[in-house]
Design a binder for this molecule. Structure first.
Ligand SMILES: *[C@@H]1O[C@H](CO)[C@@H](O)[C@H](O)[C@H]1NC(C)=O
Ligand SMILES: *[C@@H]1O[C@H](CO)[C@@H](O)[C@H](O)[C@H]1NC(C)=O
Ligand SMILES: *[C@@H]1O[C@H](CO)[C@@H](O)[C@H](O)[C@H]1NC(C)=O
Length: 374
């Protein structure tokens, strides 16, 4: 019973803490993205064709079962959030999500197949585009507001960290695919303008909803993903797709600089890992990889394999492959990308001093989305 007084003291301090400060808001993240950041939303979009719900997705994560991530392991956002000491936000569509969980961990709205543009990825039938994700975030904010009051809610949302990581699908599953009307409505230049102006409007909208500390992850050399290479007879990277990614990154850098200067109290930053990934693809051995052009998970010699399934065969050493499947980097490559972004953003570890429990009881707020809308 020796530590009884210590326990009592801790309780007294905790209770006082609540009485004095009201809610001690934890720093959390809100993540908006596509399959590169999805942690399970698409699992709940039953008609979506963009799924990571079968083995061998997740084989190097936790218990090794599929968890909704489109990789064998962690996403770039997982790794960056970990390095900042922030909790990993759960998927918005996870039915066990509660207000308490949101206030402790934030929310991840990322959805495989989603894009900056509403029309992107329609081929996947269901996905959450960025506008939809922001609409869902607005709902989350209303919910927290009704729980803790407008002032505390504003503090909580302004103190949070925001990640926006979309854009590849706007090219790979829209502009570069002749089945989409954007591919014949625009040229390279006018499409980049349309896309980045849409992104700018969305970032302003997020600011109006409280986002102050926000980072946008740019695009890598998407013309070098295995799916793009297999489309060319030579197996080389698709130059046009790479140039588009580069132009998108340049235009976005400028937009983020302008927004950061213009929007009150905003620190909006853009970072991409284009150059380092480009170098990894040309010189995999230099970085400890052994393959930078084929997916680790593949259906024997049938390419493109499109997705990784239980009947697929895996490469011998997953940490030696840059790509996990036709579209997505492996855990090891994500680590390299994350480290490059951390360097560019110049992060230091965020403190988590306040851990006061929320006094009100939790009640589930499992969203029951009208799935036809996605
Ligand atoms: C995009 O979709 C959102 C709903 O998710 C809608 O509110 C918005 O008007 C749409 N924008 C365009 C340009 O179609
Ligand atoms: C900017 O920050 C100051 C100081 O924290 C605050 O008083 C003000 O309301 C903020 N403005 C906006 C638009 O967030
Ligand atoms: C790399 O791949 C080559 C052939 O693809 C193989 O002979 C070699 O053993 C591999 N090295 C490692 C370290 O996996």
């Amino acid at each position: 019973m020796n530590n009884f007084p210590v326990v009592l003291l801790t309780i007294v301090i905790t209770v006082l803490g609540i009485a004095i400060d009201g809610y001690n808001c934890k720093m959390v993240q809100f993540i908006f993205g596509d399959s590169l950041s999805d942690v399970g939303n698409n699992k709940y979009l039953s008609k979506s064709l963009a799924q990571a719900s079968l083995p061998w997705y997740g084989i190097d994560f936790g218990n090794g079962l599929p968890n909704g991530r489109f990789s064998n392991g962690r996403t770039v956002a997982d790794i960056i959030g970990d390095s900042m000491g922030l909790p990993r936000p759960p998927a918005f569509l996870d039915p066990s999500l509660t207000e308490d969980i949101i206030m402790e961990n934030g929310v991840n709205y990322a959805s495989g197949g989603g894009g900056i543009l509403n029309e992107t990825g329609s081929y996947f039938i269901q996905r959450l585009s960025l506008y939809k994700q922001i609409e869902l975030f607005r709902g989350t904010k209303e919910l927290i507001k009704s729980r803790v009051g407008p002032e505390e809610a504003e503090k909580f949302f302004q103190g949070a960290r925001y990640v926006v990581a979309l854009g590849s699908n706007d090219f790979i599953n829209n502009y570069l695919m002749p089945v989409y009307s954007d591919s014949w409505t625009y040229n390279d230049e006018s499409f980049i303008t349309y896309l980045t102006e849409t992104l700018e409007a969305q970032l302003k909208l997020l600011h109006s909803l409280g986002a102050r500390q926000l980072m946008v992850f740019g695009l890598g050399p998407m013309g070098c993903i295995p799916l793009q290479r297999v489309l060319s007879s030579s197996g080389d990277c698709q130059d046009r797709a790479n140039k588009l990614a580069h132009s998108f990154n340049q235009a976005s850098t400028k937009i983020l600089q302008d927004l950061s200067a213009k929007l009150p109290n905003a620190s909006y930053r853009f970072g991409d890992a284009y150059d380092v990934v480009d170098d990894v693809i040309s010189n995999p051995y230099k970085y400890g990889f052994n393959n930078s052009d084929a997916p680790c998970c593949s259906f024997y010699n049938i390419r493109p394999a499109l997705t990784c399934i239980p009947a697929s065969s895996l490469c011998g050493d997953r940490s030696k492959y840059v790509f996990w499947d036709e579209y997505h980097p492996s855990d090891k490559a994500n680590e390299l990308i994350a480290n490059e972004l951390i360097k560019k953003f110049g992060f230091t570890r965020a403190g988590q001093p306040n851990n006061a429990p929320s006094p009100a009881p939790a009640h589930a707020i499992a969203p029951s989305p009208d799935q036809e809308d996605y």
